[in-house]
Design a protein. Structure first.
Length: 598
């Protein structure tokens, strides 16, 4: 954030309307300048200029403000502080560290409180990478700091600075201490610290954007198998209240194979953020064995906080995510939920008396949503090396009444490539995750199939296609069953219905709170699908040879198929043993003279 103490008086308040404050005498100010409002020094941002009048959205409660009070300008845009100390931090929407504020001011966030985003006194062990005499360009790595046991923080040359390294530090240093001196072509020597600032509304520069080709493995079977998202891709999770959006977001934040997680709670209930704060320090990362908080940054802007700060929270989160992407990391950002952000835009637009668009949302809703999601991607990072990074953005959408035709959902769908549609009917029937396999889609399948072939083999792609075909056939057969009952179906169609039920109950259904079922590797997902479809093939062969379908479904192996989701990852190979057991039991029933079903 800009230095708020350096502001000079620029104007006077003439109007206060909720989070909107109008001040006159602001002729020297610019759009998106950060200001301090009144002697309470409330943080605000200019969002409209008309002559010398500035409309300011205030990120704190404006109760008690009135005309005649002063407005102080900083002349700087809303920015975030970037450097060692981000990982494991809990910020509000404008990067104030909530744990620091709580220690100094108690459980309630006081108005006008100031706290730097990064600790100025903590010392970090800086290990230099660049050597004296080396010519560096923006994005080159000057040195490294072991921020946590799992995250190596790479201190980069700031954007706009290039030249020859004159001096580089080694050893302990604070984020505000000089760690390198760079001499530019004009002969000036610039001091470089580990602390950088970046305006939140401007995307960080890259050399090039690359096509996303590697899947982001989440451990959630319905997502990884049928509707995967690529690293550097975009996805949205729309659904009505109670359908499980937040739990899906939590699962992605816990288990996605991204190296850095940025979780933005944008206008959601405080107890949901509490769940994150309580769970993440307790859950161990399966790769490193360290708590998940050791690779996570949390932005907490709950529904009881000022509405204007919801907009800044998503920009704060994605700017921090871009910073780690530029180090060469795979980063995943979870925004829960962008509907609350859009509602904040609508409220501010109404107070500005702008011409409303559909359902009262501002006409620029589409461009704002697009700008946000366009900051995702797999990129070639700035610098002289071939470093690559990726930023995957997953946004939850909370349409009123579950109406997916409302503007925020439709605007989001025009931008993202993956659609995970949560279904209230599935949620009410206790099928979780309640993602509808008939209406969801992923446009990354063709791009990531080569990677899936190398990791789990060609057979996985065939199994995936066969399973989806069976689920679609079940949807058609359900219409007949509702009209005339299951007995009207032919035996092959009844086999299809049984296999589809097994796919739904034994594969797609996943318990987020079961220690084993909460995460499933790609290898285990492939093995589970192989067993279910092997049972389907055995059923069809058995009934063709005259076996009774009901007796086939009562075979002991059927119970083991239902329990294979609880097999631990270390014993995945035992799942494929079921294929041979299926053949033995079906052959035994057929050779024993199973009765035919007409």
């Amino acid at each position: 954030m800009p230095d708020m103490n350096s502001g000079a008086k620029a104007g006077t308040i003439v109007k206060v309307s909720g989070p909107l404050v109008v001040a006159e005498g602001m002729a020297g100010a610019k759009m998106y300048d950060v200001v301090r409002v009144s002697d309470k020094r409330l943080i605000g941002e200019i969002i409209e200029m008309r002559g010398d009048r500035a409309s300011i959205q205030v990120y704190e409660e404006t109760v008690g403000l009135g005309p005649g009070e002063p407005v102080y300008t900083t002349g700087e845009a809303l920015s975030v502080e970037l450097g060692p100390g981000l990982i494991g931090s809990i910020y509000d929407g404008i990067q104030r560290p909530l744990d620091v504020i709580r220690a100094g001011h108690g459980d309630r966030l006081p108005r006008g409180v100031e706290a730097p985003g990064l600790d100025r006194e903590r010392k970090w062990n800086f290990e230099p990478v660049a050597k004296v005499g080396t010519v560096v360009v923006p994005g080159d790595i000057l040195g490294k700091v072991q921020e946590t046991k799992v995250v190596e923080h790479r201190v980069m040359v700031p954007v706009g600075l290039s030249g020859k390294v004159e001096w580089v530090h080694k050893g302990e240093a604070r984020v505000i201490d000089t760690v390198a001196k760079i001499k530019t072509d004009d002969g000036k020597i610039h001091d470089v610290t580990m602390l950088q600032k970046w305006p939140v509304r401007r995307g960080r520069a890259t050399q090039a954007k690359l096509s996303p080709v590697e899947p982001l493995i989440t451990g959630q079977r319905v997502l990884d198998t049928f509707f995967p998202v690529a690293k550097g891709g975009t996805a949205c999770i729309p659904g009505p209240f109670g359908s499980g959006k937040t739990v899906v977001q939590h699962q992605l934040a816990k288990w996605a194979d991204a190296e850095i997680i940025v979780y933005v709670g944008c206008g959601e209930r405080g107890n949901e953020m509490t769940d994150v704060l309580m769970e993440f320090p307790e859950i161990l990362d399966p790769k490193s064995g360290e708590p998940l908080m050791k690779r996570t940054v949390l932005i907490a802007n709950t529904s009881d906080m000022p509405v204007a700060a919801r907009e800044s929270s998503v920009y704060t989160g994605i700017t921090i995510a871009e910073y780690f992407r530029d180090m060469g990391y795979s980063v995943a950002l979870m925004a829960d939920s962008t509907s609350r952000w859009a509602e904040a835009l609508r409220e501010m637009s109404g107070r500005l008396e702008e011409m409303p668009g559909e359902e009262g949302y501002p006409a620029y809703l589409g461009s704002r949503v697009s700008e946000f999601y366009e900051r995702a991607g797999r990129v070639k990072c700035l610098g002289s090396g071939d470093r690559e990074g990726s930023l995957t953005v997953v946004g939850a959408v909370s349409p009123p009444g579950g109406d997916l035709s409302e503007p925020v959902t439709q605007t989001t769908l025009r931008v993202v490539k993956v659609f995970w549609a949560l279904d209230a009917n599935l949620a009410y029937s206790r099928h979780f995750p309640a993602i509808n396999w008939l209406t969801s889609y992923s446009l990354y399948l063709d791009r990531i199939d080569d990677t899936l072939r190398r990791t789990v083999g060609d057979e996985f792609l065939r199994l995936r296609a066969d399973a989806m075909r069976i689920l679609q056939e079940e949807s058609s057969l359900n219409e007949i069953v509702r009209l005339v009952g299951m007995d009207a179906l032919s035996v092959p169609d009844r086999v299809t219905m049984e296999t589809a039920r097994s796919i739904r109950e034994d594969f797609l259904h996943q318990n987020a709170f079961h220690e084993t079922d909460t995460y499933t590797s790609l290898k285990k997902q492939a093995a589970m699908l192989e067993v279910i479809l092997a049972f389907d093939a055995a059923l069809r062969q058995g009934v063709d040879k005259g076996a009774d379908l009901e007796r086939l479904l009562a075979l002991p192996v059927r119970g083991r198929i239902g329990r294979m989701k609880y097999v631990e990852e270390s014993r995945v190979d035992t799942i494929t043993d079921l294929v041979e057991q299926i053949r033995r039991e079906v052959d035994g029933l057929v050779s024993g003279g199973g009765e035919s079903v007409a």
